[in-house]
Write a protein that binds this ligand. Structure first.
Ligand code: ATP
Length: 442
């Protein structure tokens, strides 16, 4: 299955659009249509709940995209948030050199390599370092002294607020702070649809612990995060945890694991779980001159906590969900988005069999019953078969049809998206039946 098929369905059904399409598109930026925003919201709400509701020691935060530029100096992003860039002198294509060579061949003689795009040998330049942060200026004058950056990760907003948060909420170690928000990176090679974009959303949770508990905590969060993917309907054979080798570790990390999904273009990272030690807090303490230590009442001493970070890309997670759900049901000549009903953008479509005889009125009354609980849409356009197939592509798990019998005995049929089977149930039972089907879905 190719990524192009997903891209095309996403456009056709209103999940994802290329940004600024009427101007020819804008590189590596995407807009989320009516179904896309529902799906994205549902995924992020499940994440938020899994963090801040199911863990009573994790609280939320929403920090600014713009922050004091010294934060990015302290974090190492100004000096070290670089990708090595290689150009082809022949065809002008641009690559990340770390993606061109594997670990073993990293001491590469660039002049002997062939350009992967045009195939010319010896056309690649030596790698140059390229900072990924977007710069802007605060105020009317553009100069070095008022440079600001769009945040390249949400994590730093958590670190600089961690003591304020801890005090306000009277938190005791271990505790976590969760945040969902936009991040920006001037990616050199942006590709694979919403997998790598210049503007994206992160769902990050920073867990503050005693340094000696780092291995135990790492183990806990690896499991916890891995298990989350079955909650959003990802097949277990398409998800795996892999550890970073010593040469792949980021400057702040002692240990790092990726959760990878088997995308149509291969296994790729969706989420990172990192032991960041006390690196970030120590750097902010040095650069701000403010104590970042926490006071431990039990042992009566101050220390810098260690941090286990779980950092997921919401858009990448959504792409894994879309890829996982895409099903070409060739037997029935239809495409189905087999989304888990918990995250499907629309939970049910209500279809009156005809536009007359009072059936639309019954349909609308059913929507009124269901809409406080679920996102429901109404469709009376075209043949019933076509209406169902439209919703199969949208991933809508249930089709509720109002027919002439409904008028006689207050029943409707409910159609299952995956099996296409229909059963007749009483309207007064609809809500209960739908809730049960969603809970039982595998
Ligand atoms: P990559 O190696 O793919 O560039 P990374 O290791 O730099 O990713 P992190 O800095 O660990 O990524 O960011 C955490 C998460 O944020 C990633 O797992 C990914 O899901 C998401 N993310 C990072 N960069 C992008 C991007 N350009 N577009 C979409 N999501 C991104």
């Amino acid at each position: 299955m190719s990524i192009e098929k997903i891209v095309s369905l996403c456009k056709r059904r209103g999940f994802v659009f290329q940004s600024s399409e009427i101007y020819g598109g804008y590189g590596a930026v995407y807009d989320y249509g009516p179904l896309g925003i529902e799906l994205k919201n549902k995924i992020s709400q499940l994440w938020w709940k899994s963090m801040t509701q199911l863990h009573d020691n994790i609280v939320g935060l929403d920090s600014g995209i713009l922050m004091h530029p010294k934060i990015w100096k302290a974090s190492g992003h100004v000096d070290a948030f670089n990708d090595p860039l290689v150009d082809c002198k022949q065809c002008k294509a641009r690559f990340r050199s770390d993606e061109l060579v594997s670990e073993e061949t990293s001491a590469t003689d660039w002049s002997s390599l062939q350009c992967p795009k045009c195939g010319t040998k010896g056309s690649l330049t030596e790698p140059r370092q390229f900072n990924l942060m977007f710069k802007t200026h605060i105020g009317p004058i553009e100069n070095e002294s008022n440079t600001a950056y769009l945040r390249p990760e949400t994590a730093q907003g958590i670190y600089v607020n961690y003591l304020l948060t801890q005090n306000a909420m009277r938190l005791k170690i271990p505790f976590g702070i969760a945040q969902i928000g936009k991040a920006f990176r001037n990616e050199i090679v942006a590709r694979n649809f919403i997998f790598r974009t210049r503007e994206f959303e992160q769902m990050e949770m920073q867990y503050f612990i005693k340094p000696e508990n780092d291995d135990k905590s790492m183990e806990y969060w690896k499991n916890e995060r891995y298990n989350f993917y079955s909650l959003i309907g990802i097949d277990s054979n398409k998800i795996r945890l892999t550890e970073h080798g010593p040469n792949e570790l980021a400057h702040y990390a002692k240990e790092a694991w990726d959760i990878e999904y088997k995308f149509p273009f291969g296994w790729s990272e969706v989420e990172g779980i990192h032991n960041r030690t006390d690196f970030d807090l120590r750097m902010h303490q040095e650069h701000s001159g403010k104590k970042m230590e926490i006071f431990d009442q039990e042992s009566n001493h101050r220390y810098l906590p260690y941090i286990i970070e779980t950092s997921a890309g919401l858009n990448r997670m959504m792409l894994s969900v879309l890829s996982n759900a895409f099903w070409e049901d060739t037997d029935n000549n239809r495409i189905v988005m087999k989304l888990h009903p918990k995250i499907a953008p629309v939970t049910a479509v209500v279809c009156p069999l005809t536009k007359k005889d009072g059936l639309p009125e019954i349909g609308k009354a059913i929507i009124d019953i269901l809409k406080p609980n679920f996102k429901i849409i109404y469709d009376q356009q075209g043949s019933i078969g076509k209406r169902y197939y439209r919703q199969d592509e949208a991933g809508t798990p249930f089709g509720i049809t109002v027919d002439h019998q409904s008028k006689e005995d207050d029943t409707v049929t409910i159609r299952d998206r995956d099996t296409q089977t229909q059963e007749r149930i009483e309207i007064s039972n609809l809500l209960k039946v739908m809730k049960r089907k969603i809970e039982d879905y595998t």
